[in-house]
Write a protein of this length. Structure first.
Length: 288
């Protein structure tokens, strides 16, 4: 059941970028309503099975959510510039940056693998950017690749903080509720800087945003948070690759995103680097 739960959660979040494109609203509009629509459902789940939470953990989860808001904003802009599939592939190199961010923030020593695959992944991201070729997919492929890379860095920071806020707690909606609330508040601060931001409820745009909130932010994340920590590292790394792989498939089928040969090579290089880092780990385990 653990494997099935993890797989179901990853399949659910693989539609995130697809829903964002289908909604066709500004990046911050999508990010704000993704979190705002998720809060009532997460609150109902939390109230149905309350668990005690330390104040420190609640604050940490809330702060993690504020970092998530930055990640979502950068990622949603990248989707506009480089498409749903490529933006998701690049954003998932967070496995690489976790080791670096943990080193800077928590003084946890990265593994040699984490350092070794960074150049490899950067080469892959450069290839995804199209190298200035006319056949590269995307309105602004280079800018999109850079923004998606920024999203992957902030995403790794979010994951580290989110996990730290939930180390002593089993599967529950509380940490996700707190993080989602933090993200929603932060988006209210970021939104004025987006000239296309709007609170007007229009259809079918907000139908897709509700689907984004329910399928990805609530269902997908709850399943993943409860299942992946129980899986071996190798299986986890393989499952992490399912999300970008599926998103590329959905983007190809729904939006006809045709990548160039150079970009396909970049996808292969990036996903190979993520697989290696996920299997070998990015942070050394501390021994007592």
């Amino acid at each position: 059941m653990t494997h099935l739960s993890a797989l179901a959660g990853i399949v659910a979040i693989s539609f995130s970028a697809i829903f964002v494109r289908l909604a066709d609203v500004s990046p911050t509009t999508a990010a704000l309503f993704r979190t705002a629509y998720a809060i009532p459902l997460l609150l109902a789940i939390h109230l149905a099975a309350r668990h005690p939470r330390r104040r420190r953990d609640r604050i940490l989860a809330f702060a993690a959510g504020m970092l998530l808001a930055v990640d979502l904003t950068l990622w949603h802009i990248a989707i506009e510039y480089i498409g749903a599939g490529l933006a998701t592939v690049v954003a998932n190199v967070q496995v690489i940056w976790v080791g670096v961010v943990a080193w800077m923030v928590y003084r946890e020593r990265p593994t040699g693998t984490a350092f070794a695959v960074v150049p490899m992944v950067l080469v892959g991201i450069a290839l995804i950017g199209g190298l200035g070729r006319d056949d590269a997919f995307g309105d602004r492929p280079l800018v999109g690749a850079v923004l998606a890379t920024g999203a992957s860095v902030t995403y790794s920071g979010f994951l580290l903080m989110f996990r730290a806020s939930n180390r002593s707690l089993g599967p529950t909606a509380a940490p996700l509720l707190e993080a989602t609330a933090g993200a929603s508040l932060a988006m209210l601060v970021i939104a004025p800087f987006d000239s296309g931001f709007s609170v007007a409820v229009t259809w079918p745009a907000h139908g897709w945003l509700i689907a984004l909130a329910v399928v990805a932010q609530v269902l997908g994340w709850l399943l993943i948070a409860g299942a992946l920590p129980r899986l071996p590292a190798l299986e986890t790394s393989i499952m992490l690759l399912i999300q970008p792989a599926l998103t590329i498939v959905w983007a190809r089928l729904i939006f006809t995103e045709n990548l160039s040969a150079v970009q396909w090579t970049g996808v292969a290089v990036v996903m190979a680097g993520v697989a290696i880092a996920g299997a070998r780990g990015s942070v050394r385990r501390q021994t007592s």
